[in-house]
Design a protein around this ligand. Sequence first.
Ligand SMILES: [Zn+2]
Ligand SMILES: [Zn+2]
Length: 221
Amino acid sequence: MRCSCCQKELINSLTLQELFFSSSQRCYHCEQLFSKIDQAQVCPGCGRPNSTELCQDCCLWQQELGFVMRNFSLFSYNEGFRQWIETYKFMGDYRTRGAFVLELTEALQKYQEYLICPLPLSKERFEQRGFNQVRGCLDLTKRSYELLLKRSELAPQSEKSREERLQMKQPFELNVPIEKIRNQKVLLVDDVYTTGRTLFHGAELLYKSGAETVKSLTFAR
Ligand SMILES: [Zn+2]
Ligand SMILES: [Zn+2]
């Protein structure tokens, strides 16, 4: 058995109990990288740790857009997570994509009736990186997902009127016929929740397209 993160062979000293009841398949070193967020102490909107009421950011989103994103984040964005994402996403070590496959699989089970939709990368990013980092992780969970969104190809700003430029802020368009979205529950998946801006863009478009509910899941927050 290998560490799902660094792929080093795990020492054979694991007890049967550890093998069957362990919540991860990471070696001791990699285990230290990830710190699970205590879900009893999060903002009910964005999943921010150490807050049990709707946080100020979520209140602002609600005022501006009329809805709150129900986001679930697995891990704290700490130094350990930063190291992992550096190795995986920026250095392109694709082998580390399974680092938290068990936690991710378990989390997705709470969204049985949802269409799972990873946020797309721009064509340029995809070509630079050679893979979509969210799909890389999802692929190992065996849960199927749908590419409901695609990034719009942006024309140079100078050719656009002010009105058009404002509209351009929405980076997504539907990648499927609108009937596929109508009355559906959708779970958007991204790697890190920072401001939430991108996820809200995705959710806005899906709601406009008739989605019943849109929630999100990110690997870290
Ligand atoms: Zn490891
Ligand atoms: Zn919040």
